[in-house]
Design a protein around this ligand. Structure first.
Ligand code: NAP
Length: 286
């Protein structure tokens, strides 16, 4: 549904600028190609190059959606799928350990978006990493710094940029943080990852309290996706200094991991629920 004139005129000047060009195309980076006049839902997704993020990106490449993906690597396959489905896709090669740089880039991009018939805008903070698995005092300094930057600084900076950049948009605004059961349950040899995810949960709670005070606040949720069959699980099963390694190996051997495709569908179904954000902390298995 096109924004009514009165509502559209409340948008920031750059967003409200008259244009017939789809915004992602007008700002296309090399590699971005296709466009659709039907776009209604804009998604910004981090970590779309593989694993769960790639599965979510594939699922989101449907008419009516526009997608901006951020990770270090871009995916030719996603670009091809977008072109075939006539969906607007833009991919940024962005190292999220440079979290401030990524946030400034995102906010400028949002602020400059021309008017378009959007119904919702969503940020999905999915990118994450597990540093060297082992006791905290065995973690290389740079590895620990990288895990904190990608896992907690980037989601916080991007959420802040998203909230600022869309503050006046009179449409549904959502932030979905992909958390983990390990943010809620401590494990030996995973101090950095557990702390990052616990921090993600808690900043989500705080932002939910802030946004609920606003007349048109965003809805935000930190969602645990279950145990998903990705590179991250391979890393857990192959870690030498991990007391729980066998348990994770057993989950795989017994076929108890969720496929990235199933997990992506469940997460996106959760995101689409009318009560999304009522509970700032959730688990897709609940
Ligand atoms: N797999 C599970 O069982 C599980 C369970 C609970 C929660 N999670 C959470 O689910 C999310 C996705 O995990 P996954 O299993 O799909 O992991 P994955 O297969 O290892 O993929 C991680 C994604 O994050 C991106 N990323 C990592 N470092 C980055 C950086 N410096 N800059 C930009 N992007 C970066 C990667 O892209 P590039 O390498 O191209 O940069 C990749 O797309 C994570 O937040 C993870 O903590 C996973």
């Amino acid at each position: 549904m096109e924004l009514p004139g009165a509502v559209a005129s409340a948008l920031p000047a750059a967003v409200a600028a008259e244009t017939t060009e789809p915004s992602l195309q007008t700002q296309a980076q090399p590699g971005a190609a296709s466009s659709s006049p039907m776009s209604q839902h804009l998604y910004i997704l981090t970590g779309a190059s593989r694993g769960l993020g790639l599965a979510m990106a594939r699922e989101l490449l449907q008419p009516g959606n526009q997608l901006l993906c951020l990770s270090r690597k871009t995916q030719d396959e996603l670009q091809q799928q977008a072109e075939a489905a006539e969906v607007v896709l833009e991919q940024w090669s962005q190292d999220l350990s440079l979290a401030g740089e990524a946030a400034i880039r995102l906010e400028s991009w949002l602020t400059a978006l021309p008017r378009q018939p959007l119904e919702s805008v969503t940020l999905i903070n999915n990118a994450g990493m597990i540093p060297h698995i082992g006791p905290l005092d065995a973690l290389p300094v740079n590895d620990l710094a990288q895990a904190i930057r990608v896992g907690i600084e980037a989601p916080m900076q991007l959420t802040a940029a998203f909230l600022r950049g869309t503050a006046d948009w009179p449409i549904a605004r959502k932030v979905l943080n992909i958390s983990s059961g390990l943010g809620r349950k401590p494990l030996a040899a995973q101090a950095a990852y557990c702390a990052v995810k616990a921090g993600m949960d808690h900043f989500t709670r705080c932002v939910a309290l802030e946004q609920v005070l606003l007349p048109h606040g965003a809805r935000i949720c930190a969602l645990a996706p279950g145990v998903v069959d990705t590179d991250m699980q391979v890393q857990m099963r192959s870690a030498d200094e991990f007391p729980d390694r066998e348990r994770f190996a057993q989950l795989k051997a017994e076929g108890k991991l969720t496929s990235p495709e199933d997990a992506a569908r469940r997460i996106l179904a959760y995101l689409a629920r009318p009560d999304f954000g009522d509970q700032p902390i959730a688990d897709v298995r609940d």
